[in-house]
Design a binder for this molecule. Structure first.
Ligand SMILES: Cc1cc2nc3c(=O)[nH]c(=O)nc-3n(C[C@H](O)[C@H](O)[C@H](O)COP(=O)(O)OP(=O)(O)OC[C@H]3O[C@@H](n4cnc5c(N)ncnc54)[C@H](O)[C@@H]3O)c2cc1C
Length: 486
């Protein structure tokens, strides 16, 4: 008589996929597997923003269907994982619990506590890397310290060689019998109330995105077959669909960087992508920035709240609710800034170049604390990421590791003229000034009265006048920096 294997649990978190998920594969190889997602509602956890909650809801739905196609199922719970996970393991008599590692301070501490609790209960716990090419402690300086500058970081990361080939998705995922006590704890996706109802502001998100593993694979395939060719040049152009738009898929682990890496190399080598190696290298170096951000977050757990460079602790930020609100709503009077913030509000995403422009405008021209911008992005981005968001805001502020110098202040007009030369991006997101010609689209306040009248624009009424003078804002920012230095 053969004993049936003891059940396993795979605890899904930011790894909402079946392929290249070593922790899931290990659980499935060991026995029938309970696939679990817990909406973490501990008060000390930073709550997900609204756009991320919407994405999570759709991603869980997609994951659940993928599991069911393989005879599996996704059990949803809500509450404190530290209480719930040991309880579930006890209820089903799990011999093994697996998960994919996370790198933010709260998760690292939580996972360590849960691991020791489960091990004390006699269960095996195995964690794996599903999110990164290299984990934060694997890339160091020669003396073993964390890296602080991107170029040597990425050189050292590359020197570690190719990432392992991605694993296939499990073919079948047998589910253990669930005791009645456990089914009574389960909640539905509707119970989690992750999607907005009154009002339902998610129409633009639904139109723009297909969350889930299949949506991620389709986005990568589309990118490799087209926009990758020319990425090195065009990636800065918000008027062209020239980037991968993989960020929310990567954020929720619907696809992993090992898969992106290998698919990119094989598309270029096989000729399936008509892109030179240099475009692929540029694209993968952006994945490298994501890795570097995780490296920074792991070694600086308060990256979203504290200046990496403490000199900025004395910075004289302004408190200006009206200006902050005008910025959030895309009503600053600077078209490229407003277009970006409206793209964000409607679709939950913003082009990288425009993220830099709007962040620089908030921090430097308005002199508002980068943490206000980080928080707004956290709430509104579908790709709001604990590492990338915090690291990027600090990068623009000049307070971060390997950051842009504070005195580099983007001029939104020259940035607009350079990266949206025909104004197509601005016209798409700010229809009320779309009738302006290419000469005025980035600076409507310079248009003559006759041109404004023809375009049916009344500045200050149909579209705002600039809320700050660019030169005065720039001088004020430089003076603030000089005062901080002194
Ligand atoms: C102020 C600010 C805030 C940001 N907040 C986030 C955030 O919350 N989440 C997020 O994923 N990215 C963030 N970024 C980085 C970047 O803007 C987005 O990753 C990128 O625009 C996503 O589009 P894509 O997937 O088409 O990028 P692609 O150009 O196709 O790049 C591929 C992938 O590389 C990674 N990547 C690209 N650029 C960066 C970068 N500068 N830093 C770190 N990783 C990068 C992303 O995972 C991206 O999906 C922020 C940038 C700025 C300036």
């Amino acid at each position: 008589m053969s004993l049936s294997p003891s059940p396993s649990i795979h605890w899904f978190r930011d790894d909402l996929r079946l392929a290249d998920n070593p922790a899931l594969a290990a659980a499935v190889a060991a026995g029938p597997t309970l696939c679990l997602y817990i909406l973490d509602e501990r008060p000390e956890r930073r709550p997900l923003g609204g756009a991320s909650r919407w994405w999570l809801s759709r991603s869980l739905a997609a994951l659940s269907s993928e599991l069911e196609r393989r005879d599996g199922a996704l059990l949803l719970l809500r509450g404190d994982p530290e209480t719930l996970l040991p309880k579930v393991a006890e209820m089903i008599g799990a011999a093994l619990v697996t998960w994919s590692r996370r790198y933010d301070g709260d998760s690292v501490a939580l996972d360590a506590r849960i691991k020791s609790e489960l091990q004390n209960g006699g269960r095996q716990v195995s964690s794996f890397n599903a999110a990164l090419l290299n984990e934060p402690w694997q890339v160091t300086t020669k003396t073993g310290d964390p890296m602080k500058v991107f170029t040597p970081y990425w050189r050292a990361a590359r020197a570690r060689g190719e990432p392992p080939a991605p694993l296939p998705a499990p073919v079948r995922i047998a589910t253990p019998a669930l005791p009645a006590g456990l089914t009574a704890l389960a909640v539905t996706r509707e119970d989690l109330a992750l999607e907005p109802h009154a009002p339902d502001w998610a129409g633009g998100l639904r139109e723009a995105w297909t969350p889930g593993e299949a949506g991620a694979a389709a986005a990568l395939e589309h990118f490799l077959a087209g926009p990758l060719a020319g990425y090195g040049e065009d990636r800065n152009r918000p008027d062209l669909a020239s980037t991968s738009r993989l960020s929310p898929h990567l954020r929720f682990g619907e696809i992993g960087p090992r898969q992106v890496w290998h698919a990119t190399h094989s598309a270029v080598e096989s000729g399936a992508a008509a892109a030179p190696e240099s475009d692929a290298e540029k694209f993968l170096s952006e994945i490298g920035w994501r890795e570097f951000s995780y490296h920074l977050l792991f070694h600086n757990p308060d990256l979203a709240t504290r200046n990496y460079n403490p000199r900025f602790d004395a910075f004289p930020w302004r408190h200006d609710d009206a200006a902050l609100e005008a910025w959030r709503r895309g009503r600053t009077g600077y078209p490229i800034v407003d277009a970006g913030l409206r793209e964000l509000w409607t679709t939950g995403w913003m082009h990288n170049r425009v993220r830099m422009i709007v962040a620089s405008f908030l921090i430097k021209h308005l002199l508002i604390d980068w943490r206000e911008g980080e928080a707004w992005f956290w709430d509104t981005l579908v790709d709001a990421d604990p590492a990338n968001n915090a690291a990027s805001w600090q990068w623009v502020a000049g307070s971060g590791a390997d950051a842009a110098p504070y005195y580099r202040i983007f001029n939104p007009v020259t940035q607009g003229l350079k990266f949206d030369p025909r104004g197509a991006y601005v016209r798409r997101w700010i229809p009320e000034i779309a009738a302006l010609g290419d000469a005025e689209i980035h600076e409507p306040w310079k248009a003559s009265t006759a041109i404004l009248r023809r375009a049916e624009i009344e500045l200050g009424v149909t579209y705002p006048r600039p809320i700050v003078d660019l030169d005065a804002g720039r001088q004020r920012a430089l003076a603030a920096l000089a005062a901080t230095k002194g």
